[in-house]
Design a protein around this ligand. Structure first.
Ligand code: GLY
Ligand code: MN
Ligand code: MN
Length: 483
């Protein structure tokens, strides 16, 4: 096994200037975004927009939003805490146990927070407390245990409760019990209150990205591009998928990503055909393609980028033929991400190119039109090719009624300000029936992050090369760098 010279891996991980041809792409160290967050104003505006909707429901409306509960891991461990995206969107609060109460009659924002606790804070750092809650924009702040009373009184008083709670089942039951008391059955029932699911309301608010959100997504994308470049540059020397994943993960962390946008998928050869390949720890066979679907998160905003490149820096004839079909399909899909076009049109366009390409290569038989209608391509491309992206990688929002064409596509017309991925692929795992051996063990996906604008699609990750020759040059450049 070859070893990575330390100085050279730093060059690739940190994107430092180098004398290689790649130096031209990274003339200076990439920007880092440690601790970057959107300003209070953003969250206040979101609350105001939600309050206006709540007020329109009638007097006595109370919005109740709950933070993500902490997740145990093993023993007395906990998984890294990451705030629920709806709650974050409305509050900017990153702590657990927090509850936001928005009184639509008064237009006030009360934040319930965990109590300061010097002993616990020795372990986990400072909590917001009352002062911190006010600094986050709360008109009133209450700590537990007093907060329990504040919550139950607010629920008692309300005529209508709009609940935004994605994950805390116990909390939901508590609210339900307050709104619809148990035992109030049949003719005795006297339900004076009503409960409204606030989640679809906030989901819809999140569909059109505000300019500051696009900026944050761009930063997550930028950091992730550096991660992909680091992984590609190291590839000529990597012998295990874990090294590929580590190059991206180390780089995005170095650039300010506390969280990954999702678990890194780094699959070589046939592993690239496992859509959400979970382990990324297998040896890389010489000559195989590496499919990496990976990104970091900056200030709670995600990215979602996939590149597929030859481990040794040269595509085989079969790999290249399939790669070029996927690239063409991606371009066709991107061109459909325009205001007014139904979401499903991009799926249709990408799938058509994949289908035609597979017919041309002899992997699907018969006439192109008939083959497309038969849907044989679905065996090679078994997933949807576009989803919203934002605070969540599969971001909130409806795609409209499902397109009869594909269950992952909808009929909703796209609009400026939406951010969507475009990610077609072709997957031919080892042992796939009815396919010659020379095509097997090839998994390809190309994925970029696209902003829908009035001027057409804007590819936020366009800086990361996609053309086969460019990817080869990067991998080979990486090899040269290390000599
Ligand atoms: N990385 C998950 C996806 O591409 O949807
Ligand atoms: Mn995706
Ligand atoms: Mn992806």
């Amino acid at each position: 096994m070859r070893c990575l010279p330390a100085a050279l891996s730093l060059v690739s991980l940190l994107g430092l200037p180098s004398a290689s041809p790649l130096g031209a792409q990274t003339p200076q160290a990439p920007k880092a975004y440690h601790g970057l967050r959107l300003p209070n104003r953003f969250f206040a505006d979101n609350r105001a927009a939600l309050l206006a909707k709540a007020k329109a429901m009638g007097p006595g409306t109370l919005v109740v939003a709950k933070s993500m509960p902490a997740q145990p891991s093993s023993g007395d461990g906990e998984r890294p805490y990451r705030q629920d995206s709806d709650f974050y969107y409305l509050t900017g609060v990153e702590e657990e146990q927090a509850v936001a109460l928005l009184d639509a009659d008064k237009g006030t924002y009360t934040l319930l927070v965990q109590a300061r606790d010097p002993r616990r804070e020795t372990y986990t750092g400072a909590r917001l407390g009352l002062a911190g809650a006010k600094a986050k924009g709360a008109d009133e702040a209450v700590e537990y245990p007093a907060a329990e009373k504040t919550l139950s009184e607010a629920l008692q008083k309300a005529k209508r409760v709009v609940l935004i709670d994605n994950f805390d089942e116990a909390f939901r039951i508590k609210v339900l019990d307050a709104v619809y008391p148990r035992g109030a059955l049949g003719w005795k029932a006297d339900y004076e209150k009503s409960l409204v699911d606030g989640r679809p309301i906030v989901s819809e608010m999140r569909v059109i990205k505000q300019p500051v959100e696009v900026e944050m997504i761009q930063r997550a994308v930028d950091a992730s591009i550096e991660g992909h470049l680091a992984a590609m540059r190291g590839s000529a020397f990597f012998t295990n998928e874990g090294q590929v994943a580590a190059a991206l993960e180390g780089t995005v962390r170095a650039l300010g990503a506390r969280f990954l946008s999702y678990e890194t998928i780094a699959g070589a050869g046939s592993n690239g055909c496992v859509l959400h390949y979970p382990s990324s720890d297998q040896p890389i066979a010489p000559g195989s393609l590496i499919l990496m679907d990976a990104s970091g998160e900056i200030g709670f905003y995600t990215s979602d980028i996939t590149r597929t490149w030859p481990a040794g820096g040269t595509f085989t004839k079969e790999q290249r033929a399939l790669y070029d079909v996927v690239l063409k399909a991606q371009e066709a899909g991107i061109q459909e991400l325009r205001p007014g076009r139904p979401h499903g049109a991009s799926m249709r366009a990408a799938a058509r190119v994949i289908s035609d390409g597979l017919v041309e290569l002899g992997l699907i038989s018969g006439d192109k039109e008939e083959a497309f209608k038969r849907g044989d391509w679905n065996k090679f491309l078994p997933h949807g090719v576009s989803h919203y992206l934002g605070l969540d990688v599969h971001d909130a929002g409806s795609y409209g009624p499902v397109d009869t064409f594909h269950k992952h596509a909808g009929t909703r017309p796209l609009a400026a300000g939406m951010v969507l991925t475009m990610e077609p692929g072709i997957y031919i795992p080892k042992g796939m029936e009815g396919v010659e051996a020379r095509w097997q063990g090839i998994g390809i996906r190309i994925e970029d992050v696209i902003l829908v604008t009035g001027d057409g699609p804007r590819n936020l990750s366009a800086r990361l090369p996609r053309r086969a020759e460019d990817l080869e040059a990067i991998v080979r450049g990486g090899a040269k760098l290390r000599r």
